[in-house]
Ligand binder design. Structure first.
Ligand code: PMP
Length: 406
């Protein structure tokens, strides 16, 4: 019957659709390499030992209650989170030029950052507020920016011929971008390609961005998870900061703390002065109030306790090494198997790429075939989550890849 709602059915989310199909498949040999969540060598979700420990501490602490957090979040969390990504010795921190707000994980940080820039665009911009995103990127970036009315453009990123970075295309697009454009950069472990610029390439990117007056919007969802080293994974952000740039960083603790469902994250906006920073933070608080009022406490409490306690922090770095290390081992084992099988094509990218994901180079037709014939689930772009592989299924997976590319 007639409805006041003039709506049609939206297309299902590509990723969550694949996951649903995986769950519905009764095959005992099925493999899920779609979703970007860490799995242990038994294919099971892994609660970090340091998180288990802190959960016990928190639940035994009579001073913990369920009151609202402040609008901008738990101060012990936001301060420590800022130091973690920007560097504890960052001039921006000692000079009080960072406005940090706790957000609904990395997605919420991206949203709040985009909303803030839609309301307060870079002062030097020409034309409509525009963001350049990498081609390809995390698909949610598009909706997040278009939802707040920011114009989307793309910069070339992935070169399908080399399965590596298209630095020439990337730089030439930056050269032609309008002043004041927002440039979305993955701080490390680019999703979905697993291809990161080298430090030398980051320097070239920064040089053009300064000259062309482009605004850096860093999305940092994998610090410590990519290389196992928190400082190495934050290098690009800290390099840009060292050049004295104003910028913004979206930070997620979903992957590096395994706190996916707890939605612990932060947005850090670095300004050129303390006065501006105070104003920025007040405007972020206004936006936050109307959106979520105040952020969820539980995940932030866990992260804050770990980041502020040297002994727990050290345990966390060990847990990070466990996760990053297992993923690196899987890359190597998969690579070795494909070489052993003499699988057609070059597979160096499997070990050259970094972080949770690898762009395999499988075509949409090969993806459809590997799912149909082998019950291996991945998105049509050929991206696999390395975390879905383990010592029990990696050989099966390699043989399935071998079969569909022949
Ligand atoms: N940005 C990128 C590039 C991501 O890969 C992710 C996680 N898939 C996020 C942001 C945000 O994730 P979350 O909201 O779970 O922190």
């Amino acid at each position: 019957s007639a409805s006041v709602f003039d709506v049609s059915v939206a297309p299902a989310d590509a990723l969550f659709g694949v996951l649903a199909a995986y769950r519905a498949d009764p095959s005992p040999t099925k493999v899920d390499v779609s979703v970007g969540a860490y799995r242990d060598d038994n294919g099971k979700p892994w609660v970090l030992p340091v998180v288990r420990k802190v959960e016990a501490i928190i639940s035994a602490d009579p001073s913990v209650d369920h009151e609202y957090l402040p609008i901008t979040g738990l101060p012990d969390f936001t301060a420590a989170a800022g130091k973690l990504v920007l560097g504890s010795d960052a001039a921006a921190i000692s000079e009080d030029r960072v406005s940090s707000v706790q957000t609904i994980s990395g997605t919420g940080a991206n949203h709040l950052g985009a909303l803030f820039l839609a309301r307060h665009p870079p002062a030097n911009k020409v034309g409509p507020t525009t963001v350049y995103i990498s081609n390809p990127t995390w698909p949610n970036h598009k909706q997040i920016f278009s939802n707040v009315g920011i114009v989307l453009k793309e910069y070339p990123y992935f070169d399908p011929k080399t399965l590596g970075l298209d630095i020439t295309g990337f730089l030439s697009t930056l050269e032609s971008a309008e002043a004041g454009s927002i440039i979305l950069l993955h701080a490390c472990a680019h999703n979905p390609t697993g291809v990161d610029p080298t430090q030398d390439q980051w320097k070239q990117i920064a040089e053009v961005m300064i000259r062309k007056k482009l605004f850096p919007f860093f999305d940092c969802a994998y610090q410590g998870f990519a290389s196992g080293d928190l400082d190495r994974d934050a290098w690009a952000v800290r390099y840009f900061l060292s050049l004295g740039l104003e910028l913004l960083v979206c930070q997620s603790f979903a992957k590096n703390f395994g706190l996916y469902g707890e939605r612990a994250g932060a947005l850090h906006v670095v300004s050129s002065s303390k006065e501006t920073s105070v104003a920025v933070k007040s405007q972020l608080a206004v936006l936050q109030r109307s959106e979520i009022s105040n952020p969820p406490a539980y995940g932030a409490r866990i992260v804050a306790r770990v980041l502020n306690d040297p002994a727990l922090f050290k345990e966390w770095t060990e847990d990070l090494k466990t996760m990053a290390g297992r993923i690196q081992v899987m890359r190597k084992v998969l690579y070795d198997k494909l070489i052993e099988l003499k699988t057609p094509g070059s597979w160096n990218h499997i070990i050259d790429q970094i972080g949770m994901f690898s762009f395999t180079g499988l075509t949409p037709a090969q993806v459809a075939k590997i799912t149909k014939d082998f019950h291996v689930y991945l998105t049509a772009n050929g991206r696999i989550s390395m975390a879905g592989l383990n010592s029990k299924n990696v050989e099966y997976f390699a043989k399935a890849v071998d079969s569909v590319v022949r």
